[in-house]
Ligand binder design. Sequence first.
Ligand code: 13P
Ligand code: SF4
Length: 312
Amino acid sequence: MASTALDLKEDILRLKKERNAVILAHNYQVGPIQDIADYVGDSLGLAYQARETDAEVIAFCGVHFMAETAKILNPNKIVVLPDKDAGCSLEESCPADKLEAFLIESKEKNYYVIAYINCSGGVKALCDVICTSGNAVRIVEQAPADRPILFVPDANLGAWVMEQTGRKMDLWKGSCYVHVEFTRDSIQRIKDEHPDAVVVAHPECTTAVRLLADEVCSTEKMVHFCKNSPAKNIIVVTESGMLHRLQKEAPDKNLIPGPTDHCACADCRYMKMNTLEKLHACLDSLEPRVEMPEDIRQRAEAPILRMLEQSK
Ligand code: 13P
Ligand code: SF4
């Protein structure tokens, strides 16, 4: 007989206890996963949680690079991801071999390489420091003044950080396939329908969309913005999973998902690959595990630790 949702949740909690596991979930995960997780947050908060946990198993409900970051910080723990195919278009846009070839070609520039955390362990291993959308401005402000910066892989986030810091950077031409779906027209249209609403947008959006926003910030900072804004109506321009977290944290607000030209909201197909059923299965079998070669792990760990230190 098929188990009910209640049984499944109870059994996830049983397995979590038996395995001495912690469940970490990104703000874009489906509601039922957010509701059962020990911690829900943005990439930066999740990296801190992964570093601090004393659980033996980390069940990471997010995309692969996030689970890989947890593994880099915890080589002796088991890290499982409900769906091993949960990737990221930004990670795909910057393969490690292409970045390595580019850095060899441009050796004389002596780039200080800053990588947005949405990249593979192989790319992290080639970088000086990592950043997330939550700390990118702080990290760029602390970059050495006498070296040119190469920022990979998100050109939209990079452009926003340049505006915020006044620091010029060379940008890798990657983008998030979800956030570039929001257009100036689609956001202007929803603004016209709600003339008193304020707009909060993720920095992975294009410049044209960011220019329509009252606030541009990481997913975690969106929670603070929505809770503290005097506005009742708030248009949220990011992946749809964010609305679940915001509705719980700011129940008195009317939260309106930012639409694209084709859809009333935007889903990340990778984030949505994880389900409660797959979370249950991965806690049961402790598979699929995130693994990586030790030499790459060690080289990737240094720029992550530098980021955690610089964003305190
Ligand atoms: P945050 O770190 O702001 O949660 O962003 C992660 C992400 O993948 C956005 O698309
Ligand atoms: Fe990657 Fe975009 Fe999905 Fe975030 S929303 S995980 S950047 S594809």
